[in-house]
Design a protein around this ligand. Structure first.
Ligand SMILES: Cc1ncc(COP(=O)(O)O)c(C=O)c1O
Length: 350
C-alpha cells in the first residue's frame, strides 16, 4: 500500500522538531541540555524534567495488552488529539473531504470544522447501522477519511462487522478510522487485531472510559508503523505530561480495577434496563454495547429538565436527528441508577 498517496506532501516531507529528549535518551548524567530547572518543582514530587516524548514505558504495556507492536501505537492528549492530527495530515481545505455517519460522536465534525475540511454526512439507518451503499456512493477520489464509531456514541450499539469489512475493502482513496472508545464494554473483538490485514485502517481507543482515567487525557491510535511515525512527527514534542505517563503506567500494570469496573457496569446496565423497561413511558431502550443507554421517553425534554432540578444530570439527545425524544444515560453505581429510576417514576406519576 502506498501511504504517500493519502498524506499531504508537506507532512510527508516534514522535518520534525528534534527535542532534547529525542537527541539524548539516557537517564544517567548531568542534564544541562533542556533548559529545565535543576532545583525541582516546589511540590511533593518533582516534575522539573521533560517527559519521554514517545512514552515508551506505556507503549510497552499497551503492546502486550492489545497484542500489537510498539510501533503501531500513537498516544495523544485524549482521542481528540489523534482525530485532529489525522485530519491535519490527510486533508487539505478546499480539496479533500471526510465522511461522517451521524448520529455519532460530535468531535469528528468539530475537528473537521476547525481544520476547515468538507464533511459529507451519510446518516445511519433507522436501526443505527451503516448505510453502506449510501457511503460508497458518497465517497469520491478526494475522500480521505471515513469515520466509523463502534460501539457508536450516542446510540450505544456496535456496527455490523460485515458492513465495516465491505467498506474497508471498497474504499481506496484514504483511511477508515474505527473509533473503539467503548470497545471494553462490548464482546466485539478489536480491529487492532486486523491491522496487518488492513493497513488503511486506523483504530482509536481511550483510557477515559473503562480504565476510569478521563481526567488524565490519554487517547490511543493504532495503525501501520508508517502512519504512527507520521503522527509522531507532527504531534507537539511532549504531548503527554510526565504525571500522566506515571499514573497511566501504574494503572496499566494492574488491570484488575478495569476488569472489575467493566463487569460491574455491565451488570448495572442489565439491571437498569430491567428497571426501565417496566415503566410505560419508556418507549424504547436501544441495544447497548457501551457504558450508557440511549432511551426514548415520552416527554423526554420535560423529563430531562426534571432530572436536572433533582441534580441528576443526563445528556439530552432529543434535538439530534434520529434520536428524537431520547436521553443518553451513563451507567452509574447502583445507588445512582436506583435514584434515576425513582426520579423517572416520580416524574411520570406527578
Ligand atoms: C466515541 C468517542 N470517541 C472518543 C471520545 C473521547 O475520548 P477522549 O476522552 O480520549 O478524548 C469519546 C468521549 O465521549 C467518545 O464518545
Amino acid at each position: 500500500m502506498n501511504f504517500e498517496n493519502f498524506i499531504l506532501p508537506h507532512i510527508w516531507n516534514l522535518k520534525p522538531y528534534s527535542s532534547a529528549r529525542d537527541e539524548f535518551k539516557g537517564k544517567e548524567g548531568v542534564f544541562l541540555d533542556a533548559n529545565e530547572n535543576p532545583l525541582g518543582s516546589g511540590v511533593d514530587e518533582n516534575w522539573n524534567r521533560y517527559p519521554d516524548p514517545l512514552q515508551l514505558a506505556i507503549k510497552e504495556q499497551l503492546a502486550s495488552l492489545k497484542s500489537c507492536s510498539i510501533d503501531q501505537i500513537f498516544l495523544g492528549n485524549g482521542s481528540d488529539e489523534a482525530i485532529d492530527l489525522i485530519m491535519r495530515m490527510t486533508c487539505q481545505t478546499g480539496i479533500h473531504n471526510i465522511i461522517l455517519c451521524p448520529p455519532t460522536y460530535g468531535m469528528y465534525e468539530v475537528s473537521a470544522n476547525i481544520n476547515h475540511i468538507e464533511q459529507r454526512k451519510v446518516s445511519l439507518t433507522k436501526e443505527y447501522q451503516l448505510d453502506v451503499e449510501g457511503i460508497l456512493q458518497t465517497i469520491d477520489k478526494n475522500t480521505r477519511l471515513l469515520f466509523l464509531c463502534s460501539p457508536n456514541n450516542p446510540t450505544g450499539n456496535k456496527l455490523n462487522r460485515s458492513d465495516i469489512y465491505k467498506l474497508i475493502e471498497s474504499f481506496h482513496s484514504g483511511f477508515v478510522l474505527i473509533d473503539e472508545a467503548y470497545i471494553d464494554f462490548s464482546d466485539e473483538p478489536s480491529f487492532i487485531l486486523e491491522l496487518e490485514k488492513f493497513p488503511q485502517v486506523i483504530v482509536m481507543q481511550t483510557l477515559s472510559k473503562a480504565y476510569g482515567l478521563a481526567s488524565l487525557r490519554l487517547g490511543m491510535a493504532f495503525a501501520h508503523p508508517t502512519i504512527i511515525s507520521l503522527l509522531n512527527k507532527i504531534k507537539p514534542p511532549y504531548n503527554i505530561g510526565g504525571a500522566t505517563q506515571e499514573i497511566v503506567h501504574k494503572a496499566l500494570a494492574n488491570t484488575t480495577f478495569k476488569d472489575k469496573a467493566v463487569q460491574l457496569i455491565l451488570s448495572e446496565r442489565s439491571r437498569l434496563i430491567n428497571n426501565l423497561q417496566i415503566i410505560p413511558e419508556v418507549l424504547h431502550i436501544y441495544p447497548s454495547d457501551a457504558n450508557f443507554l440511549l432511551v426514548h421517553f415520552a416527554r423526554a425534554n420535560e423529563l430531562f429538565h426534571y432530572l436536572i432540578e433533582a441534580k441528576l444530570i443526563t445528556r439530552n439527545r432529543s434535538t439530534v436527528a434520529l434520536c428524537e425524544d431520547s436521553i443518553r444515560i451513563t451507567i452509574g453505581i447502583s445507588e445512582e441508577n436506583d435514584k434515576l429510576v425513582q426520579l423517572i417514576n416520580q416524574f411520570y406519576k406527578a
